[in-house]
Design a protein around this ligand. Structure first.
Ligand code: SF4
Length: 55
């Protein structure tokens, strides 16, 4: 499977708008996030002081 298999014209338009807004440092975005990552684990070993994830 190639990247084009998952890409639609709507996603390409959103991605280009997102990159333009990022470059312009726009505060109120018109674009949707081009990528979302779900982390199924609630474990981290870095222990940042203010993090609620600290297990
Ligand atoms: S903020 Fe929390 S989850 Fe993120 S690196 Fe620090 S301890 Fe880990």
């Amino acid at each position: 499977m190639t990247l084009c298999h998952f890409t639609t014209p709507r996603r390409i338009r959103n991605y280009l708008l997102n990159r333009r807004e990022f470059a312009a440092k726009t505060l109120v975005l018109q674009s949707l996030p081009p990528k979302i990552i779900f982390d199924p684990a609630n474990v981290c070993n870095l222990r940042c002081p203010l993090c609620a994830t600290d297990v």
